[in-house]
Design a protein around this ligand. Structure first.
Ligand code: GRA
Length: 337
């Protein structure tokens, strides 16, 4: 992480002094004892990735931690950082309720990203910000984020969370990979691929609900389910920050949902074109959330994916949507991953 020479870091990532929204009883999560958190490292997502450097009023610089094998910047990182920049200019009593983004150019992992915030409107209840993520003088992402003050309403409903095994009863992706690697008959190419996956320092933890096929349901349904959380400790108290982390997390392995029914095809070129999110309830992004991803449509070299992030107590935390370009090639050996 670059030293902060000017300006300091984004206020909303400094979670001392931030006001948190009123808590409902179910917010008092007791999932991971605090004693265990103290043994965890602070999440790199807040110490580095989402800790933007302030260059000027409404102008920030972000750096990278994890870069996918595609060698283009991870879309979730750009969205998460854009939301950090947007949230820095809204008051503490406003919370992100939605964002809509287009990825217009591939992000270059060799240089930082600038985030330029336009204060589009400050309303009485709602406030809108537009953010341009810029590299080499050109936008790589355009994002609009809307913030809302908490307003109670008798209208309240949500879908029901799917019934799945609890994270304690499931293995992490890394544990599953070690299992595969311990198989003596594993092909050399697969071993190399799995070792590459292990070397990936993704700052999030994942527990697929349907191993051993990692994410895929047995009958190649158009749906995958996995538990997900930020690696390391973030802590309670800054809902703005948890939304930014969720934005990061929500793009991970999301678009691949559209490839589930096509085990004989592999993506030759895939990239997310847009990403939208709606935040519904308070949550902690460093606690396990169930990510339910489905793909209602694919065609014309594009695929649509939709996702729901559930708190483990069954409260719907956020919904996501994304369309991506998917150019595939036929392969003889279906992927096991
Ligand atoms: C989407 C594009 C590429 C669209 O730009 P474009 O100029 O219209 O590009 P393009 O014509 O689509 O070319 C791109 C590439 O596709 C090739 N192509 C074009 N048409 C065909 C075809 N019919 N068959 C096979 N290949 C085709 C082109 O030759 C281009 O290839 P090239 O880049 O030159 O090697 C661009 O807007 C862009 O790069 N946007 C940014 C997308 C992005 O970076 N999204 C975020 C990262 S993706 C992500 O994070 C997913 C999660 C990863 C994870 O879960 O692990």
């Amino acid at each position: 992480m670059a030293e902060r020479e000017r300006g300091g870091s984004t206020n909303n990532c400094d979670h001392s002094g931030d006001t948190e929204p009123p808590k409902s009883p179910e917010d008092e999560s007791s999932e991971r004892p605090e004693a265990q958190y103290t043994q965890d490292l602070k999440s790199v997502l807040i110490t580095s990735v989402l800790n933007l450097e302030k260059l000027d009023v409404d102008l920030y610089r972000g750096t990278h931690h994890w870069v996918p094998r595609s060698q283009r910047l991870f879309g979730g990182q750009i969205v998460g950082q854009a939301l950090v920049a947007a949230a820095a200019s809204v008051s503490d009593n406003l919370y992100a309720h939605s964002l809509h983004c287009y990825f217009v150019r591939a992000g270059d992992p060799k240089v930082p990203v600038l985030y330029q915030v336009d204060r589009t409107r400050d309303g009485r209840s709602f406030t809108v910000r537009s953010v341009r993520a810029i590299q080499h003088g050109q936008p790589i992402l355009i994002c609009q984020a809307s913030f809302h003050m908490l307003q109670p309403s008798p209208l309240q409903h949500q879908f029901t969370m799917p019934v799945v095994p609890q994270p304690e009863d499931l293995l992490t992706v890394e544990e599953l990979i070690h299992r595969y690697l311990s198989k003596p008959d594993l092909a050399k190419k697969s071993r190399q691929g799995l070792n590459k996956l292990l070397a990936n320092e993704v700052p999030i933890e994942i527990k697929p609900v349907h191993p051993p096929h990692f994410y895929r349901l047995p009958a190649a349904e158009l749906r995958k389910l996995f538990w997900v959380r930020a690696r390391g400790y973030i802590g309670e108290g800054n809902m703005k920050l948890h939304c930014c982390v969720a934005a990061y997390v929500s793009d991970y392995a999301f678009l691949g949902t559209a490839l589930l029914p096509y085990p004989n095809y592999r993506a030759q070129f895939s990239a997310s074109l847009d990403h939208a999110m709606w935040f519904h309830n308070t949550f902690r992004s460093d606690e396990w959330m169930l990510y339910e991803c489905e793909s209602p449509w694919a065609g014309g070299s594009r695929g649509l994916v939709q996702g729901r992030l559930w708190r483990r107590d069954g409260v719907l935390a956020a919904s996501c949507s994304q369309e991506g370009v998917l150019r595939v090639k036929l392969v003889t050996e279906p992927s096991k991953l």
